[in-house]
Design a protein around this ligand. Structure first.
Ligand code: GLC
Length: 424
């Protein structure tokens, strides 16, 4: 009797579930997991699911941009349906764009126009809007404000000043007994992140952007060589030898545990550095990355992530609706406040709640809007090969395997060969 009752109830319940989800889709979205990314992607997607009646599955992907690209290429080149919505790097529209749906039919023009125009044009190929901007990024300098003050230093404005200040604090903290302390941590692993860091060193010395927007290969020049040699001098002095295998999260781990004076990272590290369990909560400052010498300029590499819908998705409409929801003003505002992910909607940089949570979004506004792009537009589908040739040449130099003059000269030959004709 009892079991018949339970069965009857279950049957009724499933009938209700079926009718209430008629037409409902299950959308798989790939999200990054650096810092709070995964958590914020999940809460945002759950909110959309509750509102739309659809279901969302979160697919977590490798932290390394380089590994994530390889995974996506594998799925997309097979026309795979495992993922409907792809979180894609700002450098990938030229590499992966042919697999994505034109979103212009799904998002109205005023909504598109509210985003930073250069990102929209980065994501538009042959008139097709292949991805909606989700958050932007630029490299910034994190510093321990308490230590800069204690050692009577200034926030460094040139890389030479950073080298000197990092060395003073490094020696001082070690003399106090912390033999795990380092002056400066950054991303030195042989992957896309090193391309970002090294482009900052080089461009800030006025040494160009590897391949210029007009197709010229400029990497083999004295300013670029000096910049990479300067960085090679940090390894094993102010930066740990292990920096040669650091990505973003390894650098943050050392800095956030209180064992580094300076860190190069993206804005996401701010919220975490000030989280309740952080050893450096309230002790951190953020500044523009240093200039390369007095004549140099402040350069932050342009990073950031977009959301794109797979052409192979059986549920393009629902997938595009999820993208519109996640890239909206409200979601970008929530992500900016909780996780210091930079909005791509200009108006949010004037929002008082956003600025209260992350004051440097206002102070460093120019750093974000003038960030220097990697040569992904001009090298397009071949960008990853160009970038990997570059990060390998830099990584070899940092590892003491040849100097920058020799390694950048051979990189120039390699890029010339790849370009078939000496120009991109
Ligand atoms: C950040 C940037 C991205 C870049 C990556 C490199 O995620 O937003 O553009 O490629 O770091 O590690």
């Amino acid at each position: 009797m009892k079991s018949t009752f339970v069965t009857a109830c279950l049957t009724a319940a499933s009938a209700f579930a079926l009718s209430s989800t008629a037409g409902a889709a299950t959308i798989a979205i790939s999200c990054g997991a650096v810092g709070m990314e995964l958590e914020l992607c999940k809460t945002g997607s759950d909110a959309w699911a509750a509102q739309s009646g659809h279901t969302v599955n979160i697919v977590s992907t490798p932290n390394s941009t380089t590994e994530r690209l390889a995974l996506y290429q594998q799925i997309l080149s097979a026309g795979g349906t495992d993922i409907d919505v792809y979180q894609i790097d700002v450098i990938w529209p030229g590499i992966l764009g042919s697999h994505f749906v034109d979103l212009s039919g799904y998002v109205d023009q005023p909504t598109v126009d509210a985003h930073f125009q250069p990102i929209i044009s980065n994501n538009t190929i042959d008139g097709k809007l292949l991805a909606m901007p989700w958050f932007t990024d630029a490299g910034v300098l994190y510093y321990r404000a308490d230590l800069v003050e204690e050692y009577d230093l200034e926030v460094p404005e040139t890389w030479e000043q950073l080298t000197a200040a990092a060395s003073v604090i490094h020696d001082g903290e070690r003399a106090k007994g912390n033999d795990r302390f380092w002056g400066f941590v950054w991303q030195g692993r042989a992957y896309e992140g090193l391309t970002c860091d090294a482009l900052e060193w080089i461009d800030s010395h006025n040494g160009g952007t590897i391949v210029e927007a007009d197709g010229d290969i400029t990497i083999n020049n004295p300013k670029a060589i000096a910049a990479v040699d300067l960085a090679a001098g940090w390894v094993g002095t102010i930066s740990p030898p292990g920096v040669l295998n650091y990505a973003e999260e390894e650098a943050r781990g050392v800095f956030q545990s209180g064992n580094a004076a300076f860190m190069r990272n993206w804005p996401y590290a701010w919220s975490l550095a000030n989280s309740p369990d952080s050893a450096i909560r309230g002790k951190v400052g953020v500044a523009a990355l240093p200039r390369g010498g007095e004549e140099g300029k402040n350069t932050g590499t342009l990073g950031g992530w977009q959301l794109a819908v797979s052409r192979y998705s059986p549920n393009v409409d629902a997938a595009a609706d999820l993208v519109a929801f996640l890239t909206s003003y409200e979601e970008q505002k929530r992500r900016a406040i909780v996780g210091s992910y930079n909005p791509t909607i200009g108006a949010l940089y004037e929002d008082s709640e956003v600025l209260a949570a992350t004051p440097f979004f206002g102070d460093l506004y120019d750093t974000f809007t003038n960030a220097v792009a990697r040569p992904s537009g001009v090298t397009s589908a071949k960008y990853n090969e160009v970038s990997s040739a570059f990060w390998n040449a830099v990584h070899a130099t940092l590892s003491g395997n040849g100097d920058a003059a020799a390694n950048l000269a051979s990189l120039e030959r390699e890029l010339t060969r790849m370009s078939r004709g000496g120009r991109w």
